[in-house]
Design a binder for this molecule. Structure first.
Ligand SMILES: C[S@@+](CC[C@H](N)C(=O)[O-])C[C@H]1O[C@@H](n2cnc3c(N)ncnc32)[C@H](O)[C@@H]1O
Length: 313
């Protein structure tokens, strides 16, 4: 389903299901023999009966093609590979976990996780006393997480404040109403978010982060490095793959790319924050993965994303 201006979702539909996909990857990484990260809440969050359909859809999206690489098989380079996704999510989670550890070590006690989805950092990271973690996402997504974890007996290990609001609306007011103090240094995170926002909302979000940030604040943003030509090619191949899978009776309704806003005119995050005087650093996910001993399994398919961090003077 294409996106529309005021569209909304719960955890099992539309953009909500993408939060399930990344949590499934974290659950698989956590259960693996030598995990790079441990998200002990991911499995609980993705295992509820109401997510059965989403689990099946993601499994179909991740499935290797039967006969891939053979003459009658699909293009082996295109079928989404679950291990590639699990490796990438491990690297990404590891990077942003370390980003928050550094921020609190530097004395920051106010944290905002934009588009928190099933992020369980408020339940699993080591937060110093007095830290407040605000989580922004749509109401039903945040409710699902809190209710599922509470039913499992889990409680946040920090003052977690859900801010149920759409990031295309006046979220700064909702954040202030939840107690956010713009005079204090803040550590912001936008992980797995940018392509799901229209370009104008993305730029407005950057401007709000800057306006709401006291001196010493930090921001971390995941940048999706997709080459437009490769993207078009991939979409064409996905149409073929989808037709084959549908013929086999698989549920092909999950495709995160369908949910991206493709509007042009997005400023580069490092350039944007740099232009406002923030000190910025960009780290390629591929380099980070190599350094962590978690390179993608195929050289043909590198990690293409990057992580930008910025500090306000
Ligand atoms: C791929 S998930 C990432 C979730 C989380 N950051 C993580 O890495 O586990 C995308 C999340 O963005 C949220 N999201 C997308 N657009 C949003 C918007 N306009 N307002 C609030 N949340 C939004 C979705 O609800 C979903 O939880």
């Amino acid at each position: 389903m294409p996106r529309t201006a005021g569209d909304s979702w719960d955890i099992a539909t539309s953009v909500g299901a993408t939060a399930v996909m990344v949590a499934l990857a974290r659950a698989a990484e956590t259960a693996s023999a030598a995990p790079l990260i441990r998200d002990q809440f991911a499995e609980v969050l993705v295992s509820t009966p109401e997510l059965e359909g989403v689990r099946e859809q993601v499994a179909a999206w991740w499935a290797p093609e039967p006969g891939a690489g053979s003459e009658d098989g699909a293009d082996p380079d295109f079928a989404v590979d679950s291990q590639h996704m699990i490796d990438y999510q491990a690297v990404r989670t590891h990077f942003f976990d370390a980003y928050f550890a550094d921020a609190v070590a530097a004395g920051i006690r106010q944290v905002v996780i934009l588009a928190a989805g099933l992020d369980s950092r408020a339940y699993r990271l080591d937060w110093p006393d007095g830290t407040v973690v605000y989580e922004i996402d749509l109401p039903r997504v945040l409710e699902y997480k809190a209710e599922t974890l509470a039913a499992h007996g889990a409680t946040p290990v920090v003052d977690r404040r859900p801010v149920p609001v759409d990031l295309r609306n006046d979220w700064p007011q909702a954040l202030r109403d939840a107690g956010f103090d713009a005079t204090r240094p803040t550590s912001w995170l936008a992980e797995g978010l940018l392509p799901f926002l229209p370009a104008a909302a993305q730029e407005a979000m950057f401007a709000s982060i800057d306006n709401l940030s006291g001196s010493g604040s930090r921001a971390a943003v995941e940048i999706f490095g997709v080459d437009q030509e490769k993207r078009r090619e991939a979409e064409q191949k996905w149409q073929e793959l989808r037709a084959r899978r549908e013929a086999r009776g698989q549920d092909t309704s999950f495709n995160p790319f369908d949910l991206w806003f493709d509007d042009e005119g997005r400023p580069d995050a490092a350039d944007w924050f740099g232009a406002q005087g923030w000190t910025t650093r960009a780290v390629s996910a591929l380099e980070e993965g190599l350094q962590l001993g978690r390179a993608p399994q195929s050289e043909e398919r590198p990690f293409t994303n990057s992580f930008v961090t910025a500090t306000k003077p």
